[in-house]
Design a protein around this ligand. Structure first.
Ligand code: F0G
Length: 471
């Protein structure tokens, strides 16, 4: 890594302490949490890589802007500043604020999808999947074939399978397709970007078959940066120009601003269609708030307006991408495979390969995530059979997930490269003696969005492992 190219364009002004528990305290904390990291308290965690959502650090300029927050119930100045910024970025004439992405999904799908319809995506995020189901429709993922090879360095493994999309649109189920939703970047599949060529081809197919085409653009700036770096013809475009072009290719978007909005809360729906806007607005007012605040405070809108300007800074995106890439290299050096090529907001560990002694029924991804907490106080999320596998009513695995992955999500502007070196060191020790990591079994689980509330217990031989001491 050339540090001259990876230098973050900011320095740190406000910090908060991070907790260091003893190995015994961590063991007890995880047992009390039902071996589900979502149930841990944040003050039990040394490095929190559970999510990059709402976990970033704000800038001095954002906090200064927040002081200007106008908290008027309707027509606040903060709303107009936010709306104009989003319009300018996306080109969509109709903007509705929401408090976070899934609220936007619920409002949009409630107006756009009819029961029995199909929503096609490169990959639905988990709440997106759930909101499609709650609208009575069927979510269907059509990732490109290249995505199935975790080790290949294909540049755009987030793409949709265009041939499969065309087959579905032109086939007997074509009339049931109510929406095509492209997730940029593809969070469910290794943080891989989607190319502009793929988006343009989706637009063409959707036009031809008269199906609405939307973006789930939670990481629009990071996708734009990877397009700038990897796609021929975009090397001279700014990330903001690329992002605007991507929005322009679609009929509308739903965006969680908890990621590339560089703030703790927020989101929006962008639309061209007046009728759809009117339907969404009515739903929004009934459930989120008036259409000039949508569940957000004026100070949130101000932080977001400034955040949207900062996030497309090429120096910021370059440094963030380099930091993630560096962690991937450190892990590669110690024999821990990650989904290639490295994306930006997260690295996905190939737990299935690191822990071949565990079958999918023993949830190797979950086991690795738990071990990262036990050994180093690191929290992360499983993306394997616990999250995606099909189970019977006794929580026995019927069909495993295609891969057993663990996501290390990297909050924006929060951890230094030293923090990430620590993560690599903890993983290096696990990789030295992977057979010591034992599997897990489900004790109880809810029917929808299982991974958030599932409780588990370790399978023997859990007792034998000697816990390394860090911190
Ligand atoms: N779409 C994508 C691609 C997401 O990654 C998320 C959230 C959402 C929609 C929902 O947005 O959280 O604001 O309601 N992803 C977070 C994550 C939670 O950890 O990946 P939200």
């Amino acid at each position: 890594m050339d540090v001259r190219k990876a230098l973050p364009p900011y320095r740190i002004k406000v910090v908060e302490p991070i907790p260091f528990l003893t190995a015994e305290e961590r063991r007890r904390a995880l047992a009390d949490a039902g071996y589900n990291p979502f149930n841990l308290r944040a003050d039990q965690i040394t490095i929190d890589l559970l999510s990059d959502s709402g976990t970033g650090a704000t800038s001095a300029a954002q906090e200064a802007a927040a002081a200007l927050g106008d908290e008027s119930y309707a027509g606040a100045r903060s709303w107009f500043r936010f709306r104009d910024e989003v319009r300018d970025l996306t080109g969509y004439p109709r903007i509705l604020p929401v408090h976070q992405g899934r609220a936007g999904e619920r409002v949009l799908f409630g107006s756009l999808l009819k029961p029995g319809q199909i929503c096609i995506s490169n990959t639905h995020f988990d709440t997106t999947h759930a909101n499609v189901l709650l609208a009575g429709a069927e979510p269907r993922d059509l990732p490109c074939n290249e995505a199935a090879d975790l080790d290949s360095d294909e540049p755009f493994k987030g793409n949709i399978d265009l041939a499969a999309l065309e087959r579905t649109l032109a086939g007997p189920e074509g009339h049931r397709v109510g929406l095509v939703l492209m997730t940029i970047t593809n969070n469910g599949l290794g943080a891989q970007p989607v190319s502009m060529a793929n988006l343009a081809a989706v637009r063409e197919l959707c036009r031809r078959h008269r199906v609405p085409f939307f973006l789930d653009a939670a990481r629009f700036a990071e996708n734009a940066w990877l397009v700038n770096q990897r796609e021929a013809g975009y090397g001279t475009w700014t990330p903001r120009q690329i992002a605007t072009r991507a929005f322009q290719l679609a009929d509308g978007c739903v965006v969680s601003l908890k990621k590339d909005g560089l703030a703790a809360i927020g989101g929006f729906i962008g639309l061209r269609d007046d009728e759809l806007h009117a339907a969404c607005e009515a739903n929004l007012i009934a459930t989120e708030g008036f259409s000039t605040y949508g569940g957000l405070a004026g100070h949130d809108l101000e932080r977001l307006t400034q955040g949207l300007r900062e996030v497309v800074d090429p120096a910021y995106l370059r440094a963030r991408a380099a930091s993630t890439e560096r962690l991937a290299e450190l892990l590669d050096d110690v024999g821990v495979d990650t989904v290639r090529p490295a994306g930006i907001h997260a690295l996905y560990l190939n737990a299935g390969r690191l822990l071949p002694h565990l079958s999918p029924r023993e949830f190797p991804g979950h086991a690795l995530g738990c071990q990262l907490f036990l050994d180093g106080g690191i929290r992360c999320a499983e993306l394997g059979s616990l999250y995606l596998g099909e189970m019977d009513e006794h929580h026995r695995l019927l069909t495993p997930a295609p891969f057993e992955l663990v996501r290390l999500a990297i909050p924006r502007r929060v951890y230094t490269d030293t923090h990430l070196e620590y993560v690599a060191a903890v993983l290096a020790d696990i990789a030295k003696d992977p057979e010591q990591v034992s599997g897990y079994r489900i004790v109880s689980a809810p029917p929808l969005l299982r991974h958030f509330k599932v409780r588990l217990e370790p399978l023997p031989p859990a007792a034998g492992r000697s816990v390394a001491s860090y911190g």
